[in-house]
Design a protein around this ligand. Structure first.
Ligand SMILES: Cc1ncc(COP(=O)(O)O)c(C=O)c1O
Length: 484
């Protein structure tokens, strides 16, 4: 009988031959659970494999395999002829009976991890247009070849092949002139921003952020002890003069110069000059979030701000999250030459790039022309979807504007756009509430930001209609004079 020693208390297990998990796994998990719940105490002697096998009606080898697995995870200890014992200091086991804490990081900002995109969800490329077959062929080849390479530490800045391809790609498509030594591959934009904060030692600094602007970046700065100071954007992008006035001592400005997030305008040439002059004359930094890269739907994409940086003040961040897939978690940072050694050291010591398989696969994807072809197709597809969405929304919403890869439905001031967005989830739609992108009440605008990339099979019409109903339910009731 398992656990019959005086200090182990009553303990019984049984097995179910019809269960989906195998007999060994059932025995292993029952014993693990009993230890976790304290029904089997440290030091207690387990029954022999023969006894437990007889009791459960299973083969002796089945019990032995379960005991071996438990010994591997340091829950049991075999002491030769003396028998098998629960270890004196078993590692903490996770018991099903212990309620788990809600573990979703940043629940107020992130919609859901690991779930397929909903209609209108921003920030995810078209699932139906991902070049799955060519990508999987390339990825498989690199996975296979990496398995037969010598086991060694890779370059902490990421694969040289990808960094070299990026040098050529950035020169051609973003006007950025750099060397591979200035590029570090990161875990997306978020990973790049973390690396920049770490390497630049910005703690306790102030930073200009755009208002409205990308919430996750604002949150990120706060998390590492940087004070984000919201600076309004107008039709020319961030208002540099307001930044100088509100936070003259800011260490850096974080800007989406190519296409402002979420409104979509490019930073005008005048503002670019003003911003670069501010950074240059005051020895400040500009972090350029080039998250959409050249994915500009209506015309040729504006060049990166880094292309005009002659003084080495712009740290440029790119990502493959919009152009390929956020599941890759691949991005890159291009640093001024004078910072390249420091960034390399920091990457090597505490923030190395991820394994090189996906880097090398993306490098080949770029080299063979698949990436540019894919981008061309995406631009065409998204432009079509944008038009379809505009047509579906127009009868229901008079005030629409285009912004990056989204359409913005403008709504009356004060409307509960956050609640509407939450209610829309139940209908398979994930609009983003415009008001949440603002920090200051006096600037706050209201509306719904609708991503165009993923279109439901039956088009946008029904969703547009449903959205209108949800909005109507939140509009203030207008009473005519004398109606009471
Ligand atoms: C403004 C902005 N920057 C960057 C990103 C990309 O972040 P990542 O590369 O970490 O996926 C996004 C994604 O939605 C974004 O909206």
């Amino acid at each position: 009988m398992p656990g019959t020693d005086k200090n182990s208390g009553p303990f019984r297990i049984s097995v179910n031959r019809d269960a989906r998990s195998g007999l060994t796994e059932q025995i292993r998990s029952a014993i693990t659970q009993a230890i976790g719940e304290g029904r089997l105490k440290p030091g207690a002697r387990m029954p022999s494999c023969r006894d437990l096998a007889a009791q459960l009606g299973v083969a002796r080898g089945t019990v032995r395999s379960a005991y071996d697995m438990l010994a591997d995870s340091q829950l049991l200890e075999a002491k030769g002829a003396a028998g098998t014992f629960i270890t004196q200091y078993p590692p903490i086991t996770i018991s099903n009976s212990v309620p788990s804490v809600a573990l979703t990081p940043l629940p107020d900002i992130v919609c859901d991890y690991d779930t397929p995109p909903l209609t209108f969800q921003m920030g995810v490329p078209a699932t139906d247009a991902f070049p799955a077959s060519v990508w999987s062929r390339i990825l498989q080849r690199h996975a296979r070849s990496s398995a037969t390479q010598p086991v060694c530490y890779p370059d902490p800045r990421g694969s040289l092949a990808l960094r070299q391809e990026l040098v050529a790609y950035l020169a051609m498509s973003r006007g950025v002139n750099c060397q591979a030594a200035q590029i570090i591959i990161t875990n997306g934009y978020a990973g790049a921003l973390g690396l920049v904060c770490l390497a630049m030692g910005f703690r306790d600094a102030q930073a200009w952020i755009e208002e409205p602007g990308y919430l996750l970046a604002c949150k990120a700065l706060g998390l590492v002890g940087i004070e984000p100071v919201p600076i309004a954007v107008d039709e020319q992008g961030i208002r540099v003069s307001e930044g100088i006035q509100r936070a003259p001592a800011a260490s850096f400005a974080l800007v989406t110069a190519g296409q402002q997030s979420p409104l979509g305008m490019a930073l005008s040439p005048e503002r670019r000059s003003e911003l670069l002059a501010w950074a240059q004359e005051n020895h400040r930094w500009i972090i350029e979030d080039d998250y959409l890269g050249e994915l500009q739907l209506s015309s040729r994409a504006a060049p990166a701000l880094a292309s005009r940086d002659s003084a080495g003040r712009v740290i440029h961040i790119g990502t493959f999250s919009k152009t390929l897939s956020p599941a890759l978690r691949l991005g890159f940072v291009v640093v001024p030459l004078a910072l390249a050694a420091r960034f390399g050291d920091i990457a090597a010591a505490m923030a190395p790039a991820s394994g090189a398989v996906s880097h090398n696969a993306v490098a080949e994807f770029l080299r063979e022309g698949h990436f540019l072809r894919h981008l061309r197709r995406m631009k065409r597809l998204y432009a079509e979807r944008m038009e379809k969405m505009m047509q579906a929304l127009q009868p229901h919403f008079p005030q629409l504007r285009r912004g990056g890869l989204a359409v913005i439905v403008q709504l009356p001031a004060g409307i509960a756009d956050r609640i509407i967005a939450r209610e829309a989830l139940a209908w398979g739609m994930a609009p983003s509430p415009l008001s949440a992108w603002f920090q200051r009440d006096e600037l706050r605008q209201y509306g719904l930001i609708l991503g165009v990339t993923n279109m439901p099979g039956d088009g946008f019409e029904q969703c547009a209609q449903k959205l209108r109903q949800l909005v109507d339910a939140h509009l203030p009731v207008v009473t005519s004079p004398g109606s009471d």
